[in-house]
Design a protein around this ligand. Structure first.
Ligand code: AMP
Ligand code: GLY
Length: 420
């Protein structure tokens, strides 16, 4: 099998790493990839927005299967385009990807199928939104509709903050905006819940908790994710049944009722309030860094799962997990998520000798003249798996200290709810 992976983050490096273990995989290509994927795959420098060029490459190199990591190409319809060209691809199509691409699309499904979520209103102009805020109780959550890479969501403690949020969104901070969403604030604990679907059946694909805020103690602006641990401390059979029955199954049914079956990973961002799940958002892919954190716990051959989805045979396999605790920490460029510098050399990578259950996945890195440089805000992901979260975190700390990269910073409190 020749597989091509779209993306360049830690998630895609972790996917490459897992695929590599399968005997079925002969070669892996990564578009565009990073310095980490380059050591196991062939990085191909193509613009992932240029579907035509990607197709040409796939046909010329006789690629058997494409796996899409990030949301943008999914939302833009890369799956539909490749399938139309008889290319096998893992991921949901453009219609289904609206679950992530449009918060309002998802909210409408929630209303119609009684899926528990925060109460909300959709406002098509600034005046109506501001009028609504005049009568609201705070906090409220103000959201732009489309993709905003983890930004575009404002938790507002006061009328002043919420008015500012509405103004920024309608003034185009996240691209042209025709509507905003104003939501009730849910007070609970967050959980990332993953399933994989082949359009006919679904299987659980692990749980995790991500730390989205940049600062220790979960403060400061949102980021793509500063570190995660898996499994979530909230995981239990009763809650899992509720999530499937009240949230996942009705969502997939809604898509079916609109004539679409869901293929790929689905990531439900949940707020758990007194053991009851509420949907905050869907992502139509694995999370990053949740993917890097969850995959090391997977016992089943990863490619077997991908292959089962492609061939609509997911019901014929069993997905098994190790009973251990995985924790990841993201090493970021100083300044992230605001302005940060790129092109800083990462020197001590050769000093990192990983043993079993230790992983280093690259995110924003690139190779230049045999040297490795930073190339993004989130640069490296260190992951360790052991019999306790505390131990896993200590292992990760040691690895990061050994690297001693002076242009980076990281949160030292990842997993604070499950450690101490
Ligand atoms: P989203 O991009 O919709 O996942 O929102 C980003 C983050 O904002 C979430 O991970 C939550 O921490 C927070 N958030 C979003 N919506 C709500 C809500 N209704 N109540 C409380 N927190 C929320
Ligand atoms: N870690 C959050 C996300 O992947 O959206």
């Amino acid at each position: 099998m020749k597989v091509l992976i779209i993306g360049s983050g830690g998630r895609e490096h972790a996917i490459c790493h897992s695929l590599k273990k399968s005997d079925e995989i002969k070669s892996i290509f990564c578009v565009p990839g990073n310095a980490g994927t380059q050591s196991i795959a062939n990085n191909i420098d193509l613009d992932i927005a240029n579907f035509g060029l990607i197709k040409k490459f796939i046909k010329k190199n006789k690629i058997d299967l494409v796996i899409i990591g990030p949301e943008k190409p999914l939302v833009d319809g890369l799956v539909d385009f490749l399938e139309k060209n008889q290319i096998k691809v893992f991921g949901p199509n453009k219609f289904a990807s609206q679950l992530e691409g449009s918060k309002i699309f998802t909210k409408n499904i929630c209303s119609k199928y009684n899926i528990p979520t925060a109460k909300f209103g959709v406002f098509k102009n600034k005046i109506n939104a501001l009028e609504f805020l005049d009568q609201s109780k705070f906090p409220v959550v103000v959201k732009s509709d489309g993709l905003a890479a983890g930004k575009g969501v404002y938790i507002c403690e006061s009328k002043h903050q919420s008015r500012k949020a509405v103004n920024e969104i309608f003034n185009g901070k996240f691209g042209e905006a025709n509507q905003v969403l104003i939501e009730e604030f849910l007070n609970g604990e967050e959980m990332s819940f993953f399933i994989v679907s082949d359009g006919k059946s679904i299987k659980n694909f692990g749980t995790a908790q991500d730390h989205k805020k940049v600062g220790e103690g979960d403060v400061g602006p949102n980021t793509g994710g500063m570190g995660a641990y898996s499994p979530s401390r909230l995981e239990n059979n009763q809650l899992e049944r509720k999530i499937l029955k009240k949230i996942i199954e009705p969502t997939l049914q809604a898509l079916k009722d609109m004539g679409v079956s869901y293929k790929g990973f689905l990531y439900a961002g949940l707020m758990i309030v007194k053991n009851e799940p509420f949907l905050i958002e869907y992502n139509v892919r694995m999370g990053d860094p949740e993917c890097q954190t969850i995959l090391p716990r997977l016992k089943t051959d990863f490619f077997e799962i991908i292959n089962a989805v492609i061939n609509s045979k997911l019901d014929q396999i069993k997905i098994e997990w190790h009973e251990n605790k995985s924790l990841s920490i993201v090493l970021c460029s100083i300044g992230y998520p605001e302005n940060y510098r790129k092109n800083k050399e990462i020197k001590n990578l050769n000093k990192i000798n990983l043993v079993e259950n230790e992983f280093l996945f690259h995110a924003g890195t690139k190779v230049d003249n045999s040297k490795i440089f930073s190339n993004g805000g989130r640069v490296l992901n260190f992951v360790a798996v052991s019999d306790s979260f505390k131990k896993s975190r200590l292992i990760v700390f040691k690895l990061i200290e050994k690297l001693n990269w002076k242009h980076g910073f990281y949160r030292k409190d990842i997993g604070f709810k499950v450690i101490n």
